[in-house]
Design a protein around this ligand. Structure first.
Ligand code: NAP
Length: 495
């Protein structure tokens, strides 16, 4: 049931964003700030502190001190869990505030945030709070000599820096910090420069939930300065990164000098395969929302649609009609399906790809243009290119916007070959009435997530991550908790 109120929420002015270091809000050492813009109105929402090297060093020192001196890292899991459960409750209580911030920051539809995103975020804290209570315990590995005992402990890594992208700012932060904190690490969060607003509210939630000082720190500022310093800092033990493949590669390279633990959640160009025996209505819905949810600014967007030849013309026609009639507009309006692109730079980039598509052999069958609301806004129409081939630039590169190339195929092998013909391996989908075929292809597709007769399903207990150039490591599930902890083996001579 939707909890959205019938009236449209109002934009409100927000206070200046500061840094949270060692339990205290403060401005950047040199007072520098950067405006963050609302992509619907193109007006500044507020100013946000831009951390200096001094601020980064202070945040790392605070996180290190909090880790070494406790009490967080030495708490029994149950004590940490209590705070994580409180975080979950506060997130739910403040869902409307967060929804407003993400709508004003990145154009995420308010309704989707309340209905889908926030339950997932609070669920992550409940899941990892609960999981840590049993999964973090070590074990007794036996007594192989009379006087010897082998014991294992699982310990946190230390200081974790979470570096997050502009899309799904809250969800992608929670999927890192919930397991990191549950395992007993301390955290420094660096959000994307274009979308820092929910990170500011989340840091306040951490304080209000009772996280001891230094356990959670927020550093806003540019990736090239703040991100780079965190990646190279010898006192940072792990970089949990979500973002583009190019920046991920840089981080792995730069982190090598201090042998950082890393998890890399990177880009994608995910194939969605529709067979002629699929439930067509459901398959078209999955194809539409697979690419156009959150205006295509989704790493696992179904951004290549592969359709079996006998139903190709019908699928293209129906998708084009849906795209043409989709409601593009203010993300605060509950009727909006497609909000604005998050930033001017992304807007220009996506329009550039549409131009490339128009000059290619593909055929534009829907969208391709922009919209304005009261003369403003970074709106791009949901765009469909039919008759695309997998070698076109629009089918090979991650556009990260509402643009869908549709490719015809003839056989199952053909579909599989095209699906796997990409450097990426984040997600894939198969829409078919033949369960045997669905499972057969799920085995052979090289992607970290495969959706059969559905798309965009997530759960805190479902591991999530990439194959190939889409990265390594897993978020969510017990696997995520593993990646924020390390084993210690204790040999005890009890003779
Ligand atoms: P991005 O440009 O790679 O930036 C991601 C984060 O890295 C931002 O906080 C950015 O800071 C920071 N950064 C930039 N340069 C850095 C450097 N040299 N050292 C350390 N940090 C640096 O990605 P984006 O454009 O925000 O996000 C879109 C990309 O993320 C897409 O490729 C998408 O597929 C991917 N993504 C992947 C997943 C997944 O789970 N696999 C989920 C969502 C998004 P600034 O903002 O200050 O530049």
């Amino acid at each position: 049931m939707s909890t959205v109120k019938s009236q449209i929420p109002q934009r409100i002015p927000l206070p200046r964003g500061q840094l949270l270091i060692d339990g205290r809000w403060r401005d950047a050492a040199d007072g520098e700030t950067r405006p963050t813009l609302d992509p619907t109105t193109e007006a500044p929402v507020t100013e946000v502190a831009q951390a200096t090297a001094q601020d980064v060093n202070d945040a790392v020192a605070a996180a290190r001190r909090a880790f070494e001196e406790g009490p967080w890292s030495r708490f029994h899991h149950e004590q940490r869990a209590k705070i994580l459960f409180r975080v979950a409750d506060l997130l739910d209580e403040r869902a409307e505030e967060f929804a407003l911030r993400e709508a004003m920051d990145m154009g995420m539809p308010y309704r989707d945030f309340i209905d889908i995103i926030m339950p997932h975020c609070s669920g992550l804290f409940r899941f990892f709070g609960g999981l840590a209570m049993n999964a973090m315990d070590g074990g007794y590995r036996g007594s192989y000599e009379a006087n010897l005992r082998i014991l294992t402990r699982r310990e946190p890594l230390g200081v974790v820096a979470a570096i997050t992208p502009f899309n799904f700012p809250l969800a992608l932060t929670c999927s890192k910090i919930a397991p990191a904190l549950a395992a007993g690490n301390t955290v420094i969060h660096k959000p994307a420069s274009d979308t820092p607003l929910s990170a500011l509210a989340l840091a306040q939630v951490m304080l209000d939930a009772g996280a001891p000082k230094g356990v959670y720190n927020l550093i806003t500022g540019s990736g090239g300065v703040v991100g780079d310093l965190l990646v190279k800092h010898p006192e940072v033990d792990k970089i949990a990164f979500t973002g583009s493949t190019g920046v991920g590669q840089t981080i792995v390279r730069l982190g090598a000098d201090t042998l950082k633990h890393t998890t890399m959640e990177l880009g994608g160009k995910s194939p969605n395969i529709v067979f002629a025996d699929a439930n067509l209505e459901a398959a078209i819905q999955a194809a539409f929302w697979g690419i156009f949810w959150n205006k295509g600014e989704v790493c696992v967007a179904g951004s290549r649609l592969l359709v079996e030849r006998p139903i190709y013309a019908e699928v293209v026609e129906r998708l084009a009609a849906m795209a043409a009639s989709a409601t593009v507009g203010d993300p605060l309006d509950p009727n909006t399906m497609i909000g604005p692109i998050a930033s001017r730079a992304e807007y220009e980039k996506v329009l550039g790809y549409i131009e490339v598509g128009q000059r290619s052999s593909a055929r534009l069958v829907a969208g391709g243009g922009t919209r304005r609301l009261d003369g403003k806004g970074l709106f791009i129409e949901p765009t469909v290119f039919a008759d695309a081939s997998n070698d076109l630039k629009i089918a090979r590169e991650e556009i990260f916007g509402p643009v869908l190339p549709v490719i015809a195929f003839d056989t199952e092998e053909d579909a599989l070959r095209i699906a796997n013909d990409t450097p990426y391996g984040l997600a894939a989908g198969i829409q078919t009435g033949d369960l045997g075929r669905a499972l057969r292809l799920a085995d052979r597709i090289k992607a970290g997530t495969v959706w059969l007769n559905t798309w965009h399903k997530y759960h805190p207990n479902a591991p999530f991550g990439g194959y190939k150039m889409s990265g390594f490591g897993r978020e969510q599930g017990a696997e995520a908790l593993q990646s924020y902890s390390q084993y210690k083996t204790v040999w005890a001579n009890v003779g």
